[in-house]
Design a protein around this ligand. Sequence first.
Ligand code: ADP
Ligand code: MG
Length: 712
Amino acid sequence: MNARADVLRKMGKRIAFDQPRQREGKGEFGCYVFDQKMMEERLSSEVYAHWLQVMKGQEVFNPTHADAIAKALKKWAVQKGATHFTHWFQPLTLGAAEKHDAFLNWDEEGQAIESFSGKELRQGEPDASSLPSGGLRSTHEARGYTIWDPMSFPFLWSRADGLTLCLPSLFFSWKGEALDHKIPLLRSEQAIREAGLRLLRFCGIEAKSVFSTLGAEQEYFAVDRRLAFLRPDLLLTGRTVFGAKPAKGQELEDHYFSSLQPRILGYMIDCEEEAFRLGIPLKTRHNEVAPSQHEVAPLFEKGPAAVDHNILLMEVMRQKALEHDLVCLFHEKPFAGINGSGKHNNWSLATESGLNLLDPKGDPLVFFTLLAAVLRAVHLHAPLLRACIASAGNDLRLGGAEAPPTIPSVDVGKSLEKMVRELIHKKSVDLRTIDLGLSHVPEHGADLSDRNRTSFFAFTGNKFEFRGVGAAASCAWPMTVLNTIVAESLHVLLDSMENEVEGEKWPSAAPILQKAFQSAESILFSGDGYSSEWRGEAQKRGLPDVSDSHHAYAALLEKTTFQAFAGVLAEKELRSRYEIFVEHYAKTVEVEANVMIDLFRTHILPACLKAQREWGKSLKILADLQMAASPRLQDGLEMLSRLIGDAIAAIDEVERKKEQTKDLGWDAKAKVLAELTRPKMHAARLLVDQLEKIVDDSLWPLPKYWELLYLK
Ligand code: ADP
Ligand code: MG
């Protein structure tokens, strides 16, 4: 019996998952977080007040307080059962990195003691030399430094009965260049804070702070672990490189919002309980469109906290899945022919007092100026927005199956678009009419804008939804780009407004806003982003359409990008990101090609040859009995043989195209792999998928799509 058949047999008898599991219990929300309440409870009033000011961006951290904070943190962590601490940071690979150290030291008499100093809190072991730097570090100065970020709350993370104190940290080179996703994100928050406060000041609204808000809707697949473990492609690349379309995919639309199956619900509840303890405010769970696809969405939070929480949540989900004998897949397109997974980034700007700057019911000048700034920013930096969601995985997702297309455009909803267009085309601008329009804005944000699943960037009532972000990506980079380019545009508009506007602000600012809307008009689009007409129309409007990510990255090297990023990322840091992303893209496709070649030659081809032998034997038996074989039988064997031959040739071709890139630099390598190797991989896949449809099921070594998607 082959391994696949064995797993299937066992699954038929499965009872383990239907039994109730012992739950740890939720505990209190955020009970594993050293949050403001803990700070107040466990620190002196002086240290507490200082740390709070640092968190609000009002003061720079004073290192003389580090020892007191370290002592309080260690006491709290050890009381809860922690043994280790780690500087938890976000390198430019995916996810987060951690290196654990015990709360252990020698005292003066050489006795082992539990210890954690302010120095250890502030700075991690300066190394991490194997993480990507994109040329920012040469080998002889390869050190990277992790330093504790006092803007985020430390937390405890429980895994395998061990509890670790995680210190959210920043990662940079010894010259101070950002090597992570978090530093630019925090710098972009500073940029948007300054621009937002300037806007509010201009409009006569008092506020202490402005920050981005983010609610990241996370899509994922959960499949049976034992089946997934028989698919090296899923485990090594996160996606299937082969797999014939099952008899039933998502066409009946019977999975979306369907009743949650107990095994999956049990998994979701476990993830939610862990998230709850970690202070991740998960709100929504539901089945998504594709079979075995689900979504989880949190309440929105301040941008950087939401980014951290999403990264942490993904790791929690990966690890909890294994406890349920599942594998959680965040790849953007794990299965061909059905929907892929995105991470819709809902973004807005808000103040400490809860004012949402994108609320159309709020101050009209604030709302329209910010709207104009967003449109201007998306128009001016369209290629950069495409670049910030670029990845080898997302290339397989974008442009179909409910994922947005690769042409940047903004859907502000029909009624708002009408208002904006009226303003654009008015000869003499009298904003009182627009004011009138606003008072008609319906109470329900949803009515103001429809849910356009084909939109690149959509205004959804009181926030923008960036649907293009890939499920596996960190939200940090797209959020950094959004904050940065919108801050830049706000400053440009406010430069004019502060100079030219006199008297009553709202009407006299109108011509400036009109000009901004006019120059960005070509980005407005509320139609079907998949239609071929839109492709043509977008081309006429001069909008970029970069379907391949390896081309999209070039936007990082544009002068307009360097300008917008002043104070967020220096030119050198942007160049390093370009290199890292291109290299990552190329390596990803290369690994996929390797997996494909291996899988075909060592798993699939032997099974096909066996099937061919069996078929030949049948024909021989007939011949031995001097019975005439049906021509269909002969044809069938011929077809099988031809397909096998074609598949062998196609895989050889994949290998050749991959080998061609051997001595190339990363740019050229990415280009060849994307433009020559990937199409060959696609062609090979089609042949193998045909073979899957005719080879004896009991011989097929890889779990099939229907098994992965439907067996739980
Ligand atoms: P949808 O129609 O897309 O399901 P929801 O209202 O459910 O819209 O919101 C989806 C996500 O958007 C949630 O994570 C929610 O917290 C987030 N969200 C709502 N308002 C804002 C906001 N002002 N800023 C950022 N995210 C927001
Ligand atoms: Mg949404």
